[in-house]
Design a protein around this ligand. Structure first.
Ligand SMILES: [Fe+2]
Ligand SMILES: [Fe+2]
Length: 422
């Protein structure tokens, strides 16, 4: 029957049970992958590590209950030291892949000590001197592992690895300390060191796996975002190309949309608008006359005055333009510019007769740029007006409450700054 009579045996039982639990959980974790980035290897290493810790802590509990050979004890210690060294090197190598000279020296030292330790175990038999030497070698290997892990933990400022390194150091000290003064305290320290090491390394592995999954998710989100942005750009490009084609067909207005777009963006910049607003102005101005695609070319290019009926057709272009863009989500922000660029602040504009605050800042800016460019370029029924003549007409409109007088003042100052007006 199992007898737990000392604190050492009690701690052994806890270590044994916790080791088994961690091994089971780690084995299960290796079967559930959140993302292709979470690897299956690390949980398996953790499972092996936790199992060997269980194996090692298993002995004090059963020592008095079963006759365990010294060979069994030595083998379980060898397996424990190898699995700790293996996993520590695996972790350190992943974080700092043999980049520093010290790292390489420690790496080689661990491998040589493991070989020496194994050799000592095989040859020692029941010889006390060789047995103690083997125990010393085990302590040294763990000390080197602890140093390696500590350097890595400080390099990446990881508290879990730091705690694991300190508990590994405690384990190494307890092995060598137990050589010159064997006592239960050293055994308790070694068990506590072991269990803390395994718990910290498992938590760190879990955290790494979570971080990698988050990285993967973020990467995917960014990919989808870029793909959507590229699609939006494609749609915008198509619409802008269409607008340029329409613009080119109208012999009186060629280059109109490019100039309106430039003036609108310059005015927006002068007013300190955000990058997003400037982009809305740029695209909105480029496609504001898109609806002209639905107007008879003969009417658009007709020399002389238009009849009332023909003018009615032209007045439809803001509505047509908005209807063309309405299914395109990426163009929703510019839709107001297309529909309302012929509205006047006093409600005398078209197509909806909006008034005052119903007309947004973007629309007012494009309207001013649009009117100015229309006045300063030649039309079938009149010559191109000079900048001063155009500004005078626009000021008269502002005085009648049709145009935003503040924006017009800023626009005039802009024209002076650009050297367009003098
Ligand atoms: Fe227009
Ligand atoms: Fe226009």
């Amino acid at each position: 029957m199992l007898v737990i009579s000392t604190a050492y045996e009690f701690l052994s039982l806890i270590t044994f049970t916790l080791g088994l639990c961690i091994a089971t959980l780690a084995a299960l974790k290796s079967f559930t992958r959140i993302s292709p980035l979470s690897n299956r290897v690390e949980p398996i290493y953790i499972a092996i590590l936790a199992l060997t810790v269980s194996l090692w802590s298993f002995m004090p509990i059963f020592r008095n209950n079963m006759a365990l050979s010294s060979l069994w004890q030595w083998i379980s210690l060898l397996v424990l030291v190898i699995s700790i060294s293996w996993y520590t090197i695996f972790v350190c190598n992943r974080i700092m892949p043999l980049e520093s000279k010290y790292h390489r020296i420690l790496w080689v030292a661990v491998i040589l000590l493991v070989i020496a330790y194994g050799g000592l175990l095989i040859t020692s038999g029941d010889n006390l001197f060789w047995n103690l030497s083997a125990l010393l070698a085990a302590g040294l290997i763990l000390a080197v592992d602890a140093a390696l892990l500590l350097i890595t933990a400080y390099r990446i400022k990881n508290t879990l690895y730091k705690l694991a390194a300190f508990s590994l150091a405690a384990l190494a000290v307890s092995y060598t300390g137990g050589l010159w003064q064997p006592s239960t305290y050293w055994h308790i320290i070694s068990l506590a060191g072991l269990i803390i090491y395994v718990i910290m390394m498992s938590l760190a592995a879990l955290n790494n796996s979570y971080m990698r999954s988050m990285e993967y998710m973020n990467q995917k989100v960014e990919e989808v975002r870029q793909e959507l942005a590229a699609q939006n750009e494609n749609i915008e490009d198509v619409v802008i190309t269409l607008a340029r084609t329409i613009d080119a067909k109208d012999k009186y207005t060629e280059g109109h949309i490019e100039r309106v777009s430039q003036y609108a963006v310059f005015l927006g910049e002068r007013l300190g608008l955000s990058d997003r607003s400037l982009e809305t102005l740029r695209i909105g101005a480029l496609i504001h006359d898109l609806g002209k695609v639905g107007i008879d070319l003969n009417i658009l290019n007709k020399p002389g005055e238009l009849t009332a009926e023909e003018f009615e057709q032209i007045r439809l272009h803001p509505i047509l333009g908005q209807q063309i863009c309405s299914p395109l989500k990426s163009l929703q922000e510019v839709s107001d510019i297309i529909r309302y660029h012929h509205e006047k602040l006093d409600g005398s504009g078209y197509p909806d007769g909006l008034k005052g605050d119903q007309i947004s800042l973007h629309v007012r800016i494009v309207a001013i740029a649009d009117i100015f460019d229309a006045l300063t370029t030649e039309r079938a029924y009149r010559r191109a007006l000079t900048v001063e003549e155009a500004l005078n007409i626009m000021k008269a409109e502002a005085a009648q409450g049709k145009l935003d007088s503040y924006l017009l003042t800023e626009f005039e100052a802009l024209l002076y700054d650009l050297g367009v007006a003098s």
